[in-house]
Design a protein around this ligand. Sequence first.
Ligand code: COA
Length: 179
Amino acid sequence: MNRRIRMVSVADAGRVAEIDHDVVADGRGAVLEVDQLPSVSVVAARIDALFAAQSAGVASTMLVAEEGGRVVGYAHREQLTPKRLQHVGVLDLAVDPAHQRRGHGRALMEALIEDSWSWGLLRLELYVRADNVRAAALYRSLGFVLEGTRRGFVRLPGGELVDDHIFCMWSPTSPAGQA
Ligand SMILES: CC(C)(COP(=O)(O)OP(=O)(O)OC[C@H]1O[C@@H](n2cnc3c(N)ncnc32)[C@H](O)[C@@H]1OP(=O)(O)O)[C@@H](O)C(=O)NCCC(=O)NCCS
């Protein structure tokens, strides 16, 4: 398969918005509803803001996976902004349901993790619905550990409460990672 991982560009906003739509419509792992999704112009503005933040030294970014020249997934990282939390990056990941289980999620995460250490981040976090076994399997296989559970954090439209897991990974160079 012809896969390429690269930095996002503002021109990708339409595909990123489509992937968000398709993942949310699929429902598995999602916390947003379809009517809450940002428009393409809002996604474009957020991508633009990522570049502006990076220019100012902030370790926030988005990588995309291309298959055959078409964007099929993305991985995003937001560095926390309070000075005492700036060693932490919060990640999220989505792959077009039509292109899942082809290694894009793993390739995106591996690239984003490496990029995170190169920025000097020490701790990476992911928030995962407890019923999202696919994402949890991926994160565990990459070395993330389950650190805690937010009981009933997600409330589905029918009223069912679903737990949410916090997964964490430490940089190999951080004291906590070596503990
Ligand atoms: C989670 C997600 C990003 C995985 O992307 P993907 O491109 O399908 O993943 P990959 O093909 O790289 O698979 C990586 C690993 O994920 C796990 N995985 C993926 N699909 C799975 C499935 N259907 N059942 C069990 N494990 C699965 C496996 O551990 C797999 O490794 P393996 O192929 O060596 O067994 C994708 O399912 C997705 O976008 N889901 C909806 C959004 C979401 O849940 N995002 C994460 C929120 S924190």
